[in-house]
Design a protein around this ligand. Structure first.
Ligand SMILES: [Zn+2]
Length: 72
């Protein structure tokens, strides 16, 4: 994952999402960074029976939950 700058490459792949810190662990509340998140950046707990997807902010380490519909 990378922090968005002007003129970022591959603007059509992935989404620009804001660090909201909507989830687990440290960084609840997020830092408000705008991040270019691609599907490969998204973690999930499907293997343990969960249904959650999230990305982790490289700036503050907060987790923000997303859905796959975000990328469709
Ligand atoms: Zn953040």
């Amino acid at each position: 994952m990378k922090v968005i700058k002007k003129g970022c490459d591959n603007p059509d792949f992935g989404k620009d999402l804001t660090c909201m810190g909507s989830g687990l662990g440290k960084g609840v509340g997020g830092c408000g960074a705008v991040l270019h998140v691609v599907p490969a950046d998204v973690s999930n707990n499907l293997s343990t029976g969960g249904e959650a997807h999230w990305f982790t902010c490289p700036e503050c380490g907060a987790k923000t939950f997303v859905t796959w519909r975000t990328f469709s």
